[in-house]
Design a protein around this ligand. Structure first.
Ligand SMILES: [Zn+2]
Length: 92
C-alpha cells in the first residue's frame, strides 16, 4: 500500500518556502519544506544559524561573530563556553 498525495498539494508544498534569518550573520536561509539549512546551537541557547555560518566556522567562531554570540549568551544568562585550542568559541 502506498500513500498518494494529490498533485495540487505537492505543488503547494514546494511553492511556499519557509525562510528564516540567521542569528549570527542575519542572512536568510531556508528552513523547509524539503530543504533545511538551519543549524541549532544548543550551547548558545538554541539559536539557529545558516549553513554558511555552520560550515564556515567549523573550527570555532570567527572573532567577527564573537560580539553577537557573547551578547546572546549574556541576554540568555548562559555561561561563556570554554574556548578551543585556537582560542575561539566552540561552534556548537
Ligand atoms: Zn549565517
Amino acid at each position: 500500500m502506498s500513500l498518494v498525495f494529490p498533485k495540487t498539494a505537492a505543488i503547494e508544498m514546494t511553492k511556499e518556502k519557509i525562510m528564516l534569518n540567521c542569528d549570527t550573520c542575519g542572512n536568510p536561509y531556508q528552513e523547509g519544506p524539503h530543504r533545511y539549512e538551519g543549524h541549532k546551537l544548543h550551547r548558545y541557547g538554541g539559536i539557529m544559524v545558516c549553513d554558511g555560518c555552520w560550515q564556515g566556522n567549523h573550527d570555532g567562531w570567527n572573532p567577527h561573530f564573537e560580539p553577537i554570540l557573547l551578547g546572546i549568551l549574556k541576554e540568555k544568562g548562559l555561561p561563556v563556553p570554554e574556548r578551543n585550542e585556537q582560542g575561539l568559541l566552540p561552534r556548537e
